[in-house]
Design a protein around this ligand. Structure first.
Ligand code: 5GP
Ligand code: ZN
Length: 115
């Protein structure tokens, strides 16, 4: 059995609130939103992180970004702006080892990082 959480969401084994689906990507609401709008965009195919994806499949990496842009538009984020985050690895605070973009917006997001 695949124990990757986001692979299981892609497979429909774990429910999620899907906001967009393409042949190769899935966008769904984060279970613990950090902003008014907080959507996760994943590739259906499993890649560990954005660096691995970008080096392995540039076309798919582009499709992931295209879904980010469409979600930003459909969630009404384009006018005021939004933030896209790819947490990567230990220092990046990545908790789920399946590439995902956080799309955050709907309110001012404050500083990028706290130091
Ligand atoms: P990371 O820290 O890896 O960049 O982000 C993982 C994100 O996945 C977190 O924001 C967390 O709230 C979200 N998450 C964890 N488990 C689930 C789940 O079962 N469903 C959904 N929709 N989001 C989840
Ligand atoms: Zn996975």
């Amino acid at each position: 059995m695949n124990d990757c959480l986001f692979c299981r969401i892609v497979a429909g084994d774990i429910p999620a609130t899907v906001v967009r689906e393409t042949d190769t990507t899935l966008a769904f609401r984060d279970i613990n939103p950090k902003a008014e709008v907080h959507v996760l965009v994943v590739t259906k195919e499993h890649y560990v992180d954005v660096a691995t994806l970008a080096q392995a499949d540039r076309e798919l990496a582009g499709e992931l970004l295209e879904t980010v842009a469409v979600v930003a538009e459909t969630e009404g984020l384009l006018a005021d702006g939004f933030r896209t985050i790819f947490n990567t690895g230990e220092y990046g605070g990545q908790e789920v080892d399946h590439v995902h973009a956080h799309v955050l917006g709907g309110e001012p997001l404050g500083p990028m990082v706290c130091k």
